[in-house]
Ligand binder design. Sequence first.
Ligand code: FES
Length: 133
Amino acid sequence: MKSDEAADSDEVKSDERRDDTMTTQEVRSWTRVCTTTTIAPGEATVLDVDPPVALWNVDGEFYATDDTCTHEKYSLAESYLDGCIVECALHWAKFDLRTGESSGPPASGGLRTYPVLVDGDEIFVDLSSRTPR
Ligand code: FES
């Protein structure tokens, strides 16, 4: 599902927001993407960026990963979520939203993950700090 609200993101410069785990050397570039009520628990929304990023709500915890399966071009946000594990609806590859790791073939590798910050009811994602595949 795509969210109009998610598509209308506001970029926030890194000096304005910092997460609790940052050291003084880390600088984040947070982009406001939506509110906590935009995504129901057990659902995801796709951020309109390139490559597409899926933002997941797992019982009130939010995770951001690549949206496209590493096996073939298929949206994981359109797949099955069981806790923090998403199972691709096309050929059943599984990925852990917390780490991006895959459980193996047919996935060709893991997903990139992105830092997420929840401030009140606003959700921010650092789209510039994705993990490598
Ligand atoms: S496209 Fe996802 S497992 Fe094949």
